[in-house]
Design a binder for this molecule. Sequence first.
Ligand code: ADP
Length: 544
Amino acid sequence: MQGLMMNRPLKISDIITYAAEAYPSAEIVSVRSEGDIHRTNYLDISKRMAQLAHGLISIGVKPGDRIATLAWNGYRHLELYYAISGIGAVCHTINPRLSSDQLTYIINHAEDLLLFVDLTFVPILEAVKDRLPLEMKIIILTDKKHMPKTSLKTMCYEELLKDKPQKINWPDFNEDTAASLCYTSGTTGEPKGTLYSHRSTVLHAMMLAISLPDALKEGKKILPVVPLFHVNAWGLPYAAPLTGAGLVFPGPKLDGDSLFNLMETEKVYSAWGVPTVWLNLLQTISKKQRPPVGFGDVVIGGASAPRAMIEDFEQLNINVCHAWGMTEMSPVGTQGNIPYKLKDISLQDKLDIKAKHGRRLFGVELKIVNDQGTILAHNGISQGDLYVRGHAITAGYFNNAEATREAFDTDGWFSTGDIATIDCDGFLTIVDRSKDLIKSGGEWISSLDIENIAISHPDIANCTAIAAPHPKWGERPILIVIPTNGITPDKSSIQNLLSKHFAKWQIPDDIIFTEILPLTATGKVSKLTLRNMYKNHFLIKDTK
Ligand code: ADP
C-alpha cells in the first residue's frame, strides 16, 4: 500500500525561497575582487537570484545546459549557484588552480555554454582562448564600470541583471534533475565529473544541518574558506540558508592575517576549510597571542587534521569538528563531534577522539572490506578498503563509462580509495589513502600516522611523509619538513620523537627540509608531486 502524502520534489530553489521568508535579514558578507566589502541578506539576494534567472533565460539558457563558473567565494557566485540550478540548468564550478590542460579539458568535456568569470581569472581564460569552445559566451562578474580590457568577447554580469524582475516562480521538475557539476582535481588521469542532483543536494544540506547544529544555526556567521569553486564549498551555500546561519565570503585573500581580520570584524563564529589554511591562521593567532573575537568553532576536512593542530584550537576554546568526505560524496561523509556520553572527558582523551575522522552522517553508509571482499568488523582494529553508499553519493561519473565501471563494487557501493578502521562507537579512522600507504619489506606504514606525530615537534611548521622506492625494502618512508620560523631542527630530535611512537622500521630513513610543500588544486599537500620528486632518492644514493 502506498502512503498518502504529497510528493513535492526536493529542489534547490526551495532553500532560497525558504531563507528569504524565514531568515530575511541573515547577512551575507563578501570581500569582492574589486577590493571592497559587499553586504546583503537572504531576502535581497533572493531578488537578485530571480533577476539572474530571468537574465539567463533571456540569453537562451535552457534546462540541462551546462553553465560554468570560475570565481572566488562571493555573493555573485552564490547567485549563480541558485539561479542556474533553479531554472533546471547545471552549475559547473571550475577550480581556477587547475592546469590549463585540465581546465580546457573539463570545459570541453562538460560542453559549457556560458562561463561566468571573476575579474581575477580573466587572464587564465585569455591564455587558453584558442582552446575554448567557439560558441561559449563569457560573462564577467562585475559592473560596467569595472569591465576590463580584454581580447575575449565578453558580457557584463550586472548588465545581465539590470531591469529584470525581482520575482520568479521557480519551475517544478523531477528532483533527480542535475543541479551542479564538479570535476575531481584529477591528480591521476583526466578529471572526472560528479553530477549532483537537486535531491542529493537538498538532502545533503539537511544532513549537514542536523549533524553540525552548533555552527549551522540562526544568529551564527560561518566563513567558508573552502571554495565555492570546488565541491560546492562542502554544501555550506545550501546548508547555511536552510538554517538561517549567515555567510562571510573571504574572496581572494586567504592568508592568515586577512582571514583573522575579516573574522574579527565580521564576528565569524565558525570557519570551514582544509588544514593548510588553518596552519596560516594559527600562525597569526600565535603572533597576536589571541584568536579573533567571537571565533568558537572550526570545521577541518579535505585532509587529515593533525592532532597538534586540533590541540592548538581546543586550547583556545575553539571547538574542532574533524570531518571526512570526498567530491563524490557531495562531499561531507562524517562529523567529528564528541559523543554525548563522553562530554566530560579530559582534553587529552578528547583529542584522541577528535584526531579520528568522525562518525557517519545520516544517509551515508560505510563498510570496510578486506582483499577478498569480506566485510570487516567495526572494532577499531580491522582495517580495510572503505566503501560508501547513500543519498548524496555519486552513482557514476559524468559521460565516463570507464571510470564509472572501476569505481563501484558488484553491490553498487562506491570505492573511496581510502584504507580505514571503524570503532564500536562508530568513529572512522582513515589510515591512509591506499595510494599514499608506504609498503616497506611487505609491511604497511601509514603516512598520516607519521605526520601526525612529527608535526607535534615544536620546530616543525608543516610536514608530509611519502614513500620513496628502495632497492632492498621496496619502499621506505621519507619525511619532508617545513621548519618553524626558518630554524632548521636537529634531525635526531625528530627521530627521537618518532621513536617514542613507532617501531624502528616505521621511522623515516631520511628527513628533508624545505621552504614550501607543493599543493594540489584543492590546497592539500600533493604527495604525488613529492613522490615524483624523490623517486630516485634511495636508488641514486645506493648506486654511489
Ligand atoms: P578533492 O576534494 O581535493 O577533490 P577528493 O574528493 O579526491 O579531493 O578528496 C577526498 C579524499 O581526501 C578522501 O578520499 C580522503 O583520502 C581525503 N580526506 C578528506 N577528508 C579527510 C580527512 N578529514 N582526513 C583524512 N583524509 C581526508
